[in-house]
Design a protein around this ligand. Sequence first.
Ligand SMILES: *[C@@H]1O[C@H](CO)[C@@H](O)[C@H](O)[C@H]1NC(C)=O
Ligand SMILES: *[C@@H]1O[C@H](CO)[C@@H](O)[C@H](O)[C@H]1NC(C)=O
Ligand SMILES: *[C@@H]1O[C@H](CO)[C@@H](O)[C@H](O)[C@H]1NC(C)=O
Ligand SMILES: *[C@@H]1O[C@H](CO)[C@@H](O)[C@H](O)[C@H]1NC(C)=O
Ligand SMILES: CC(=O)N[C@H]1CO[C@H](CO)[C@@H](O)[C@@H]1O
Length: 542
Amino acid sequence: MYSKIAVSLLQLSIFALSTSSYPTGSPSLLDISISEITHLLNEGSITSRTLVDLYVRRTKEVNEALHAVIELNPDASAIAAKLDEERAQGHVRGPLHGKPLLVKDNIATSDVTATGSGSTCLADARPKRDSTVVERLRKAGAIILGKTNLSEFAGARGVNPLEGWSARGSQTFAAYIEHQTPCGSSSGSGVAASLGLAAGTLGTDTAGSITCPAAYSNVVGIKPTVGLTSRRGTVPITRRQDTIGPLAQNVADGALILEAIAGKDASDNYTSAQPWASPPSYLASLNKTALKGKRIGVTFTEELVGVLDPEIARPVFDAAVSDLEKAGAVIFPVPLGTGGFALDDLHTWIYGNISAFVFSDYHDNMAAYLNDTIPGPKDIETFEDLYECLQQDSAEQYPFYDIDLIAAAVGTGVPADGSVAWNGYVTAIRLAEKVILQPIEDNELDALVTTSDVAGFYTAPLGYPVVTVPIGALPKGANTTSDSTGTLARSGPGLPLGMSFIADRWTEEKLIGYAYAYEQVSLKRRTLTPLVKPASDLESVL
Ligand SMILES: *[C@@H]1O[C@H](CO)[C@@H](O)[C@H](O)[C@H]1NC(C)=O
Ligand SMILES: *[C@@H]1O[C@H](CO)[C@@H](O)[C@H](O)[C@H]1NC(C)=O
Ligand SMILES: *[C@@H]1O[C@H](CO)[C@@H](O)[C@H](O)[C@H]1NC(C)=O
Ligand SMILES: *[C@@H]1O[C@H](CO)[C@@H](O)[C@H](O)[C@H]1NC(C)=O
Ligand SMILES: CC(=O)N[C@H]1CO[C@H](CO)[C@@H](O)[C@@H]1O
């Protein structure tokens, strides 16, 4: 749920910071945009079946090393053939027609793949129907290729499981430094988007789970306003904060996927808060001049950089700020708001107040999710059944990996609709408003820009949207650090960095525009080369 920050030294990994190794000439799935794929499909150079075949091959080439994908849908090829047929007959459903996408393992599908949120126990319970977001993607012509790995239960299983680890998919690694943390919890979605294992992916976010993995995997992540995308059929933590959004190679692809999944849904009443009859077009936001004259607050304070060495990281952020200026933004260096308190205290209090409602919400929201599933041989009908199974199923590796957060939810005596939960929620919002909203209001900002870790945490209770874009990587000389078990490198030269655009609820339209304008000036994604990347590519079929 929260990215854990621990510092310890790992053996120095040797690698070279490379300049661009992005393919020139023949297009590559590492780099191609969805609209370029559309062009190839329309001119008949490739088919969706070919694409499915390529993405499957690419996944197999890297998955043993990175564990980004949990399960592939064996029917994807047949679905692609049907969509190829539709295209041949002149019926194109829209820009996602025939595009293979991967979704996080906590997003329900009623196809042959399981939905487990990384848990072998939960995977046994079969969703009765597709989640709303998957329904929308299929209607738009997308092919659901399979499920991506994640931090089990989106980080809400226990305290010691590492980010990107799940019983169903094992440890996800990101591709840019050796044994790199993918961050969590949409770990596999970030890695898969980055390596072109699909044309794009879906992730979910409760407190940074799209924002952080996007940054660590050198991709764009859009965390929508809570209520812009329906959560029906997605494994919950708390509906007050859960949201579903895309991770993609570029802002335009993210906008395209978001446009397909956004909208009202009678089965998720948070979506009724949308201030329009239907959401605006996010493709229409893609305007290179979107930042011109816009007041952008930037805040890159020391604690924002977490385990990263501030002195080493700062030039990367400074260069990003210069690019914002190049794109026409008026820059205001602003600190995060503190309302006169220490930021550390605010962090602790927000965390504490979220804890006052998150477990009771988890308890109730999970019961509602399980109501829409059909129990399998493990007979999981209730959250309590799940809790029992987690302790007994050896694949879950309990007690080596704890289940403390599930235990807290199962054992909560706090009613989700009672005053303790409500008070915690309202207090968390008020505190987070001091940090994020205050500097926006005081400086009349169009958006606030900060590091992805900070953006993920402080926007969580507010339900604010966050758009994250690659800005480069930690340079040579950065310390290599790992988690306390030495499993995941959390910092080191070549670690991708992202920056996040934040504003009030329902402002995706402008944030996507700003992110796009910055991206077009900076084009940082292409300056990083993954250490592990798939070999199969379009040149073999074009
Ligand atoms: C929203 O939906 C949930 C679950 O379907 C329900 O418990 C809650 O009462 C609804 N709230 C409103 C304001 O309708
Ligand atoms: C892009 O934004 C500018 C304002 O910054 C506006 O004048 C222009 O019409 C927009 N272009 C498109 C294609 O929407
Ligand atoms: C909630 O926030 C208040 C400050 O507004 C703080 O005093 C309190 O300790 C926090 N609650 C928890 C459970 O951390
Ligand atoms: C790397 O870590 C060491 C030991 O913690 C510290 O002394 C040093 O300043 C760090 N290097 C940089 C570049 O920050
Ligand atoms: C598609 C794929 O490779 N899935 C693998 C994910 O990881 C688990 C655990 O290592 C394997 O059993 C799956 O085959």
